[in-house]
Design a protein around this ligand. Structure first.
Ligand SMILES: Cc1cc2nc3c(=O)[nH]c(=O)nc-3n(C[C@H](O)[C@H](O)[C@H](O)COP(=O)(O)OP(=O)(O)OC[C@H]3O[C@@H](n4cnc5c(N)ncnc54)[C@H](O)[C@@H]3O)c2cc1C
Length: 408
């Protein structure tokens, strides 16, 4: 019998073409197993599949689930990165792919709301972002305080504040977006928790170099486990990736009040010298989304209780009273607790495991990774197939063992 290397669930259905063990059990073979079906895992699988490899995805809970960093309603996509062209260009490349998948999806995954940035005038990050947008001829609109007040009468602006509106960017649908990438590309997800790499031994080596689960063999492994990476690789990644608790609150405007919906309100970011507060307009009737950008206390992605703290709601209302006064008394219509998976410098981690050939570690989204999914997928696929050069900022060596978060 010819041994096919087309694995994945399609192959599960066609298990008859899989080789048999001496004992008669079925063996499944594939080129690559991706462990983790968050935004990075699904796009890595999609780009590897495009490159002609057979790919299987595994996830402890399933794609885009409630505990994943990629779960929940929405994420911001933006080109302003304080002039950091590496991520701005990854965001630009990724938005093309997000738009493509959005066009194929039953309901949109990308909402071109625009992204409004504002801060006290003279902010360095804002100035560098603007310089990047100008240099790359990326469409934007600059606004002084009067212009801000005129465009957004539902908001309050203060002396010395100024801003700009990115015109091409906006919001991505998060958990459902991840699931859609997998579904529309026929990438099935095994709901299974995987351990660290296990080399095949003895006669099993001919099936593949690594055994992912009993009877399932591949030659290459990608661990895209987000905040769980230190759990899978404690010796290597403990303190190099630190999960922090982040709380998200959705406030509900009265029926018929469209001032907080796309068209009237863009995604907005009150940069405030890096101590960011940001929010999204009411997308898909989920309410006005509000977040404090600073990293919260350290947490565990499996075990943390996901009820938003009353103190955070109180702080949010105090902010709204000043900036969005008509929402200060609006009801909380739902809320979500998520986690960032921070590296010491907020740069991504994409590198080979130092002790295993063909085992890759991917994560460290550090509160800004979602939008970058397609570019991360392309980068990993190129590294695995030998088609792409290494980006030193993604290396394991560049990550320190400290809790830190730099806003990127
Ligand atoms: C509140 C909040 C706001 C954010 N805002 C933005 C934003 O506006 N814009 C932006 O671009 N980014 C944003 N981010 C960051 C972004 O969401 C994350 O960087 C990104 O989703 C990380 O994706 P991931 O695939 O690495 O991790 P995850 O989505 O967590 O996926 C990892 C997956 O691996 C699985 N897994 C783990 N261990 C195992 C195992 N042993 N076996 C099998 N499966 C396993 C998990 O179940 C999980 O599904 C935000 C994050 C949060 C929390």
């Amino acid at each position: 019998m010819k041994i096919t290397r087309r694995a994945s669930l399609g192959m599960m259905a066609a298990a008859a073409i899989a080789p048999k063990t001496a004992a008669g059990g079925t063996m499944l073979l594939g080129d690559v197993a991706v462990i983790g079906a968050g935004v990075f895992g699904v796009w890595i699988a999609e780009r590897l599949q495009r490159a002609g490899l057979s790919v299987t995805l595994f996830d402890s809970y399933g794609a885009g689930h409630a505990r994943a960093s990629s779960g929940g309603e929405t994420r911001v996509t933006r080109y302003s990165y304080g002039g950091d062209a590496l991520y701005a260009e990854m965001a630009r490349e990724s938005l093309i792919a997000w738009k493509e998948i959005s066009a194929r999806a039953a309901t949109p995954l990308f909402h071109n709301t625009g992204v409004l940035w504002f801060s006290p005038e003279g902010d360095d990050y804002m100035a560098k972002s603007l310089a990047y947008l100008e240099a790359t001829k990326t469409p934007f609109r600059k606004l002084d305080r009067a212009g801000l007040e005129d465009a957004y009468p539902q908001m309050r602006f203060f002396d010395g504040e100024a801003g700009f509106l990115e015109l091409e960017t906006g919001a991505l649908v998060a958990g459902r977006g991840v699931q859609t990438v997998a579904r529309l590309n026929n990438i099935n997800v095994f709901v299974e928790k995987c351990g660290p790499p296990k080399k095949s031994e003895g006669r099993l080596r001919k099936f593949g170099r690594y055994q992912v689960t009993p009877g399932f063999f591949v030659n290459k492994l990608v661990y895209a486990c987000g905040p769980w990476l230190p759990e899978v690789f404690p010796k290597l990644l403990d303190r190099r990736i630190v999960a922090t608790r982040q709380e998200v609150i959705h406030f509900g405007a009265p029926a018929g009040d469209d001032r907080f919906r796309p068209g009237r309100l863009p995604v907005w970011a009150d940069f405030n010298a890096g101590d960011l507060t940001y929010g999204l307009p009411d997308i898909e009737g989920q309410g006005f989304k509000f977040c404090f950008g600073a990293a919260g206390p350290e947490t565990s992605p499996d075990d943390q209780e996901r009820l938003v703290g009353a103190d955070v709601v109180t702080r949010a209302r105090a902010y709204l009273k000043r900036r969005f006064p008509d929402l200060a008394k609006a009801p909380v219509i739902h809320s979500r607790v998520c986690q960032y998976e921070n590296t010491s410098n907020s740069d991504l981690l994409i590198d080979r495991h130092p002790d295993f050939d063909d085992v890759w570690l991917v994560g460290g989204g550090s509160g800004h990774g979602f939008k970058l999914g397609p570019a991360v997928g392309r980068y990993v696929a190129e590294r695995i197939t030998g088609a792409g050069a290494e980006e030193p900022r993604f290396s394991l060596a560049s990550k320190q063992e400290v809790k830190a978060r730099i806003f990127r």
